[in-house]
Every structure is written in structure tokens, then in C-alpha cells.
Design a protein around this ligand. Sequence first.
Ligand SMILES: *Cc1c(COP(=O)(O)O)cnc(C)c1O
Length: 398
Amino acid sequence: MISALMPNYNRADLAFERGEGANLFDSAGRRFLDFGAGIATSSLGHGHPHLVAAIAEQAARVIHVSNLYHIPQAERLAQRFVDASFADSVFFCNSGAEANEGLVKAMRKTMADAGKPERYRVICFDGAFHGRTLAMLAATGNAKYLAGFGPEVDGFDHVPFNNLNALRAAITPETAGILIEPVQGEGGVRPAQLQFLRDLRATCDEFGIFLGMDEVQCGMGRTGKLFAHEWAGITPDILSSAKGIAGGFPMGAVLATEQLAKALVPGSHGTTFGGGPLACAAANAVLDVVLAPGFLEDVEATGRYLWDGLEALVRRYPSVFTDVRGSGLIVGLKCAVPNAEAQSAALAEGLLTVAAGENVLRLVPPLIVRQAECDAALALLDRTARRCLPAVSLAAAK
Ligand SMILES: *Cc1c(COP(=O)(O)O)cnc(C)c1O
């Protein structure tokens, strides 16, 4: 008989009861160090007092009112994003896929309003992940995710990541813009070269098309900047955010320049839940922490500390881990053993991680993680590596 909960996930045999900072406790009271953060989402860790209080206070006042009325929490949040980023205007929604849908709609509508409705196609990259709606499956372009769901939504082209010639060759009179993750998350924690991002900006300007960034996973402070594209010293025309934006409360956002934002006139786009008082109270609380002086610098420093430890781990166990990749606190360990095996070995040691493409083990701890917790994670990864060592090399390692 089918489970009451639809069977679309292979779940670990574990249920968590409560969390504290970078720790989760299961129903048996066992403690796990959370370097998965609910897939890079619990940005302030678990039970963060400022986030908890903001949600509790707002929930007691009013949870939902709809976008038929002014929502002061949303107006304040949007203004803070405008002040802290390239954006002139922000749309709030409920997930990463929904944010990307809004981003693509804004690109297409801006072209149509400019008298170029034939420019509706968006160029995406091999290894991308943009979400699970019908259009975002096509933007993702992964045959495994598309299979069985009928004709692929038209309007998305794919080129190799970090390859400017291929990108330029793919631009046609039908192209509206480009959509790129500055650090591919699901694809295997693959950062775009900073020069490639600069070249994309110049190419978009040259051809009069839009540069879109999917920062659903790598944004909101994870790389040590509020948004990852800032490392390249460029700005996109439009950007999607979600995952960590409200610390685990469901929320997404589209940040845009005036040129693209003004295409979304009343009636052209919408959402029932998006930008509600509760989600915006949560996101404002997250921004209080992330934008506090020194916080992003701490993320960068902690990321570098973790990176150094991981490089030492790779040197100790080259037959298990072969490479470190990523940026800030989105880090990948390229595995020589199957990454699923490394992930379950880490779990058995009490460390939560997330598998990613290209046989990578992904480490995306809460942004509030301390050096001492990185030391603890590194010790657990050492034991993980020993579990994964082939019997022969285990004898040699002694
Ligand atoms: C997770 C993710 C998405 C999809 O977000 P959902 O909230 O699951 O819809 C889109 N883009 C990137 C880069 C992601 O990591």
C-alpha cells in the first residue's frame, strides 16, 4: 500500500524533534551536526532567538492579509533589499522555482513591451538547477527530471558552463536573456569563473539582452557577500532568491532593475501568499542578522577556515576525497567513492550533509556556524573518510 505521504523522496530513516544553532536532535535524543541546513536554507541555524521572536510576534498580530492591501513588513523588506543591492524593486513569492518563473516572465514581458515579443528565449547552462515547475524543468534541462512529464516547455537553450564562445554562439534574434547560478549548487557546487560573469555582463550589454542570476542557493550571504555575483564586481538586471532568505520560513523573491520591474504591471503577475506579513517578518529578522556589521566577513572567514581543513582532509584521504570546491559556506568535496556512500557514512558519524551532482558531497552549514563547529565537522569527516576507505588503504593508513 502507498504511504499517505507521496513517495517522491527517498528519506533517511530519521526524524528531528528540535534544533539549536547548528545542531539537530532526533526523536531518540541523538545529536547531529547540521552541515546541510535543510539544503542551504536554515541560514540562521535552528531556534535562533531573533528569528523565533519575530515569527511568534507577527503570528500573534496577523499572519495573512493578501496583496489586496498594503503590507508594511513587505515594503520595509523590499526597501532594505533595494538599499543593499543593484535592485530598484522587489517581488516576493514563496519558493525558488516561483521566483525563477517571475524572473523569466519579467524578461519576456520587458522584451514584448519594447516591441520585441519574438525575444522570449532564455539561455541556461549545463548542470543548472532552477526548480521543478514545468517551465523550470525546461530551464534546468536535466533529461532525468524531464522524463515522463510531456512536451518540454519551449523557450530554453543550454550551453556549457564557463564557456563564453558557446554562450555567444547560442544568442539568436529570439534571445531575451541569460539565466545563471553564480555558484551551481545541485549541479555539484561549481562556481562560475568571475571573469566569465564579467564577460556575460558585457555580452548582454552588447546584444541588448538581460542578465539573470539564480541566487536561490548561493545568495543571502552564503558566499560572504549578500549576493554571490558581487564577487565579480558586476550587477545583473534581475535576480531570484529563496532558500535562506527567511531562515527556513518558505519565501522567494525577484529583485530587478526598474527597466524589468516596470513590466509587471497590475494583473500581469501575482501570488496569494507571497510577501505576506509573516514571511516578511521572518526575512526582516534574517536581514537584521546578515546585514549586521561584520557578519558577512565572518561567513567568509569561517568558510576559509573550513576550506583549509577540507584541503588537509583531501591530502590525508586522496582515495576518498579528491578536491574542494565552492565559495564561502557553500563548499563541495569531490568524492572518489560514491557520494551517497560518503553521505551515509557522515550521517552514521552524526554529520548531516547533502549530496550534489558530479559526485560531490555538499557542505552548506548555517551561516552562524563557528570555527569550533567546523573543527567538530572536520573530525567527523575524518572518521567518515576512514569508514569509506577501501580495506587495503585502511591498513596502509595505520
Ligand atoms: C533549490 C533551488 C531552486 C528551487 O527552489 P524551490 O524553493 O525548491 O522551488 C532553484 N534554483 C536553485 C539554484 C536552487 O538551489
